[in-house]
Design a protein around this ligand. Sequence first.
Ligand code: GLU
Length: 492
Amino acid sequence: MPGPTHSSPALPDEPGRADGAEARDGAVGTTGPVVGTGRTGASELIADALAAVHERFRDLDEGDVATYIPELATADRSLFGVALAGVTGSVYTAGDADVPFTIQSLSKPFVFALALMDRGLAEVLEHVGAEPSGEGFSSIRLDPVTGRPPNPMVNAGAIVTTSLVRGASEEERFARILAVLEAFAGRPLDVDGRVYVSESETGDRNRAIAYLMHSTGALTTDVEATLDTYFRQCSVLVTTRDLAVMSATLANGGVNPVTGEQVVDEVVTEWVLAVMATSGMYDYAGEWLLRAGMPAKSGVSGGLVSVGVGQFGLGLFSPPLDARGNSVRSVAAAHEISRQFHLHLMHRPDRDVPTLYQSTRADRLRQLAHRTPAQLRRLRDLGSAISVRAVQGTVEFAAAETILRSVDELPSPLPSGERWLILDLRRTARVVTLGAQLLRGLVVRLQGQGVHVVVVDPFERRLLAGVDQEFTSFEAAQRWCEDRLLDAARAA
Ligand code: GLU
């Protein structure tokens, strides 16, 4: 039985790194004595977790191998591969992760991404919708008004997306499709000629759909040529390991984490993932989202890609399919991984750290050097006019709300009406757009009330526009505010 493996692109010659042959021999990433190598094999804990899931479902012998494409009917029903590629570029596998099979429907999200890069969202949506169909992959239903297929994840929509890929000739169109699949996988890929011929010879239903769409205007290219490209696209050979890297590229904002190549724009990955989430699992899409809560796509050869957005890509493969055309073992394993790792999209995100780690005022701060006794007295009496809020973590809506509420009331101003607020952003990871908007509003509002807003940021990231002053050290900010306060007190 193949064991779990782990490979890291950063350490290509790492001992125990398993290639495909080793993996099938049962070698695992932890071979050899640990003592004396200095190696802990810590990251193999992830491969071990995958191996446990693989072990749990490998004997789940239900479902049937797809037969409507004769060449697919010959698949070995015992094959089962699981692979996870992190956004770090490390790949972990268990089982038959290096066995090639045809990509089939799993090509759809990636070719959809290419069509979006080529044409933009508006033009693509003129030809194909973005509504879950609630029907099987080969549904013939088109929108009665627009004639568009429901979405790019069913065959009808995928044939249209293939037609939207730019190319001076059909050859060039296919070359560009193959190139993008290779860029997602991070390696050269081949076409399985037998599956291609088999699919082309028995593709009457896809032909019927394509001709119908040509009549409605959804498909504007030559029908037979487009179908030929679509059949070849479906016959590209991939492994479970490839699927994990492809899906990690979607998880990683379009950058292949293994090769570092920006394959598609980040916004395109958002569009693709959204459609995968609502329509990726045929007529199980709704229940899949309900239970697993991840964007995913399955295909008739038994593959499944599933995406932990911002975290990792998952590839699974096992030929027997359930009644809706989804791989039985792959679905079961993906559900389990989602559950174990809390990957449900609707899962409430954890807040790593409390937003405010300090909320204080200058009369309670450590005294600065070189102050005269008279200055120290004044600062003790009036220092409450300088407030401090120290912020940590990422400032999105909820964190911004916490900051706003904490300055709803500030201690009374000096008789001159002046107050100061030091926003200490030394431990702030970043301020996301919505948080920045709210804080920008805060700055303007406070300034209108005579509050001088001062930021501390040693990295000079300019996280907040329009503030009165920015300092790289807290002490410099404190000194500046105190000096202004002392000047104002003296003037009074
Ligand atoms: N090439 C297959 C077809 O068009 C893909 C179907 C699938 O994987 O869902 O019939």
